[in-house]
Design a protein around this ligand. Structure first.
Ligand code: DC
Length: 238
């Protein structure tokens, strides 16, 4: 069957990466978590004191140090996921903290940061057979992707899911704290000048507020089968 590019965009914590991972697994495709790349750059900025006491980013210095930042993925043999590697160090855990979540929008708004990440994403995805999730995949990174999804979900549902994710890692926050952080990030993503989060015209909207993971996977596999990129037998995930 023809190998395609699948672009998944949407708001924070809509379950993009969960769906992307299971799709990639089902289809034997690579998965690229583009948000993890921006998070790794934010972690670098945090560790190198590029934020002042008011959490403002020193943009000029950020641009200066960009050539020193290398972000890659490496398959983790235990989890079978791709871990993000920052300058040779596995930072998969460190990039998922609330602190990084709250700072990453400042980093991802910088044009030069985006240019570097987008170039790397295009390089990694150029052979197709890839699922990417992020905010600008269908609009900027791969505007010709054969399948584009735009994921949405109720903010309350999203906050609950993220709270569970945080607490499974020993980080405890109230629902209000998590929801506030999410909505702030949404605002930053849709209002920034460089490649703001928007729905591509040809994207299929997937509202997963009331859908299980299995139902979402089934929905997308049916879409792919309807487009004749996989056969009916491959569509069945049982
Ligand atoms: O998907 P995530 O929450 O891990 O993404 C982290 C941040 O990076 C998010 O606030 C928006 C930004 N981002 C982006 O600007 N473009 C992408 N393609 C992916 C993420």
């Amino acid at each position: 069957m023809q190998k395609i590019t699948i672009a998944i965009d949407g708001y924070s914590s809509c379950g993009k990466s969960t769906l992307a991972k299971s799709l990639a697994h089902k289809l034997g495709y690579n998965y690229i978590d583009t948000g993890a790349m921006y998070r790794a750059v934010a972690l670098y900025a945090l560790r190198h004191d590029l934020f002042d006491e008011n959490k403002n980013l020193n943009k000029e210095e950020m641009i200066n140090v960009l050539p020193l930042i290398d972000v890659e993925f490496e398959l983790n043999p235990t989890t079978h996921n791709s871990d993000v590697i920052l300058n040779g160090e596995n930072v998969e855990r460190e990039i998922r903290t609330m602190e990084v979540s709250d700072l990453v929008s400042k980093v991802s708004a910088v044009k030069e940061v985006r240019e570097k990440m987008v170039a790397s994403q295009r390089q990694m995805g150029k052979k197709k057979a890839v699922v990417l999730d992020g905010r600008d995949i269908g609009t900027e990174v791969f505007p010709k992707a054969e399948l584009k999804l735009f994921m949405i979900a109720d903010p309350e549902v999203r906050a609950k899911r993220r709270q569970v994710e945080f607490s499974s890692k020993g980080q405890y926050f109230t629902i209000d704290e998590v929801e506030m952080s999410l909505l702030k990030r949404d605002m930053a993503d849709i209002s920034r000048e460089e490649s703001p989060l928007t729905q591509a015209e040809d994207a299929v909207v997937l509202d997963n507020s009331d859908l299980s993971k299995e139902e979402q996977l089934e929905f997308v596999l049916k879409l792919i089968a309807d487009l004749h990129y996989i056969s009916r037998e491959e569509q069945s995930h049982h």
